[in-house]
Design a protein around this ligand. Structure first.
Ligand code: IVH
Length: 707
């Protein structure tokens, strides 16, 4: 890894022409290498942010020394998002992810939570399956009348890539399933992976052919599946384990998780032989240990054990929280560690101005992956661990999370290593970087933030990247690199500029054409992709605005509650102006607490944000969310549960009502529509009477909602 982009780098203005040339050459070589790994082989060894930092430095040097810019040089090339290659497939049943636990205690707590939610006593029987968590990529295989019709990757869980042609080349996956109990439509889901031996052999072949090698079997599997030419996929030894399913039309073959997997096995799918059905937590943990002991000898990579409630009816009752099922969790194996040298500390500026220290490491292999950078979290962490440049540090990598620095090896500290001094100015714009104080607690924030706001180019670029990113506007062909280029050229400095690019066509095209590989077709494709997003789901629109503390889930809640950007704006702007009732309306949104409400109000209280909003709304149309289960008889109603419930736990009742579009409240008022009362209900019954609210019992509740 070059040290050029690190904070110790000499400011570009101070480089002599000769130094500039040397550094420029080194950077260009390094970037070209990363390009090959990323675009050619699906096997990047640096994070996007790191790669961006390298490019930024190269561009700064070129700006100061224009003679170094070559028409065929690295800076003239704009990478293509690999995902542009495949058609999109919308999953009819979302492909979810799993929550993780790391210790026996957390695993036990998972089972306890399931019991509590279902209202099951400690001794009531509860079967849970345990099976290896395969380190590959998940895939959904749709069979219509027993024939493989569509195969799709997980993508963002809602929409994946159509890899049908490639999946047809995988020998282990049946093209046709013929059994009396195969439903008319069934989506069989599972993991595509590459066995360890096959991975090693593939890398040997790659090496012999002078091609780049893959970092690990998972990258090799992903890279092999996502090939435009199915012949290449066919030449790669991919395998499959079936462990889940999506849509089923017709009768499902079993009422249990283990029975479903058994049916997949009968139908000809490979299923994992290490799946066990356990009746106690002790049995689950014993199986976890047994799998962990075999891990090294298994012919494929695994990174934990997945626990799933076996009874499908209980799975249905447990439902989901956000994007993971309540009925399953992954018990991960402990993270792997290694030591290496800390070469430097870079400061990255995020979209909200946060300065994040990133450790630049001498490349080291941790758990089969080459690691060259790791997060240092924040200023206090660096001080607490007394991490100094030149130190030998302990690096930990757990699954997909960014590698972390656990600490230093004291004996190996160089004599001249000095404590790290965290910058107090923003490396991107030179503005002061400060640690704010929480007005209520008086406590200092752990994060130091650039105060440059709108003048800080790093923040502006990060905001734009967020705006166009996958879970926001998801504009194909407008990746991080393009945004940086457009921002540098002054073509796009605010989100709304994206939508006026085509109108400013003449100028844009000229600038675009100056870039190699950006002919009229690329520009036309980009304009078409931008046009395709002129209507966008409201929650994506809200998420794209980049309001602090408003992630995807909160954006969905706000979209559902307010139904339009204007409605949200009006309430939030009123709240910002001191209207208590408006602020209360924000906090009343299920899942929105005071911190989020304040951040939303702050955002809409800023005139420049309102300008962005109105200019954006002139260009794009956010689509209101489909109401949750509008056909349900309790949709839109405010419901209160009281007394002892016998057929479900209180938590389950709340989740069920919310799933059906109702709002659950803890107290009865004149706004309450329905009270569901069990034995022992007390003052709430009296309140219901007082306000004339309808009261029903649990059986009636189930009759109405069809449970
Ligand atoms: S079940 C609704 N079982 O883990 C839950 N997932 O973190 C569906 N994975 O995207 C997943 N082995 O790619 C399940 N035995 C297994 C698995 C497994 C690997 C992956 C899968 C999923 C990810 C979730």
């Amino acid at each position: 890894m070059s040290k050029a982009a690190g904070p110790r780098a000499v400011p570009v203005a101070e480089l002599t022409p000769l130094e500039a040339r040397f550094e420029h050459d080194a950077l260009a070589r390094e970037i070209a290498e990363h390009d090959v790994r990323y675009h050619g082989e699906d096997a990047p060894v640096v994070s996007d942010a790191e790669y961006d930092a390298l490019r930024r430095r190269l561009e700064e040097i070129e700006a100061a020394h224009p003679d170094l810019r070559k028409p065929d040089g690295v800076s003239a090339r704009v990478g293509a998002k690999p995902s542009e290659k495949f058609a999109k497939v919308r999953h009819r049943v979302p492909m979810l992810s799993l929550a993780n636990v790391f210790t026996d205690e957390e695993a036990t707590e998972f089972v306890d939570r399931v019991r509590r939610f279902l209202g099951l006593g400690e001794d009531a029987p509860l079967a849970i399956t345990a099976e290896p968590k395969i380190d590959g990529l998940s895939c959904s295989l749709r069979y219509e009348n027993g024939r493989l019709a569509v195969a799709a990757t997980r993508g963002d869980g809602e929409e994946g890539e159509d890899v049908t042609a490639n999946v047809r080349t995988i020998a282990e996956i049946p093209q046709v399933i013929a059994a009396p109990d195969v439903p008319a439509v069934i989506e069989v889901r599972g993991e595509i992976y590459m066995a360890k031996d096959d991975f090693a052999a593939l890398n040997r072949r790659q090496e012999e052919a002078g091609k780049p090698v893959f970092a690990n079997p998972r990258n090799a599997a992903a890279g092999s599946l996502r090939q435009l030419d199915p012949k290449i996929t066919a030449s790669r030894p991919l395998r499959f384990f079936a462990y889940a399913w999506g849509e089923i039309a017709g009768e499902r073959p079993s009422a249990s998780q283990s029975g479903m997997v058994e049916a997949f096995r009968r139908w000809g799918f490979p299923t994992n032989p290490l799946m066990r059905r356990c009746d106690t937590v002790e049995a689950l943990l014993a199986h976890y240990r047994a799998v962990e002991t075999q891990r090294a000898e298994l012919p494929y990579d695994i990174d934990g054990v997945v626990y799933k409630v076996d009874d499908l009816d209980l799975q249905r009752r447990l439902g989901f929280i956000s994007r993971s099922p309540r009925w399953a969790t992954a018990h991960k194996f402990p993270a792997e560690k290694a030591t290496t040298e800390l070469l430097g500390i870079d400061i990255q500026v995020g979209r909200t101005g946060s300065l994040t220290p990133v450790a630049r490491l001498k490349p080291v292999t941790v758990g089969g992956v080459v690691v060259t950078n790791a997060t240092l979290h924040n200023e206090d962490e660096i001080a607490r661990k007394d991490v100094r440049i030149g130190d030998t540090v302990i690096v930990q990598r757990a699954g997909d999370v960014i590698p972390q620095i656990l600490g230093t090896v004291a004996e190996k500290r160089p004599a001249d290593a000095k404590p790290y001094v965290f910058p107090t100015v923003c490396p991107a714009c030179g503005s002061h970087a400060v640690r704010e104080h929480d007005p209520k607690t008086g406590k200092e924030d752990v994060v130091r933030r650039c105060t440059g706001g709108l003048v800080c180019p790093a923040q502006a670029v990060e905001r734009l990247k967020h705006f166009a990113s996958r879970n926001a506007f998801d504009i194909e062909g407008l990746g991080d690199k393009q945004i940086e280029a457009f921002h540098r050229d002054g073509l796009v400095t605010r989100p709304q500029d994206i939508f006026t690019l085509a109108v400013r066509d003449a100028r844009s095209l000229k600038k675009l054409k100056d870039r190699e590989g950006w002919g009229a077709t690329s520009a036309a494709n980009l304009f078409a992709a931008i046009d395709a997003r002129r209507t966008v789901a409201l929650h994506r629109f809200i998420f794209a605005l980049g309001i602090r503390h408003v992630g995807e889930t909160t954006a969905k809640l706000l979209a559902r509650r307010f139904g339009s950007a204007e409605a949200l704006r009006d309430v939030a702007a009123a709240a910002a102006a001191g209207d208590e009732a408006a602020l209360a309306e924000l906090t009343a949104v299920e899942g929105v607490g005071p911190v989020v409400a304040e951040a939303v109000a702050d955002f809409f209280g800023e005139a420049h944000n309102l300008d962005v909003l109105s200019e954006l709304l002139a260009e794009v149309t956010p689509e209101p969310p489909e109401a949750v289960a509008t056909e349900s008889p309790v949709a839109g109603k405010t419901v209160v549960f009281t007394g002892a419930l016998e057929r479900m736990s209180r938590e389950e009742a709340k989740a069920m009502a919310e799933r059906l579009g109702a709002k659950v409240s803890g107290s009865v008022s004149k706004k309450t529509d329905l009270v569901v009362a069990g034995p022992g209900a007390g003052s709430k019954l009296a309140d219901a009477k007082k306000h004339g609210v309808e009261v029903i019992d649990e059986d009636e509740w189930f009759r109405r909602v069809g449970g």
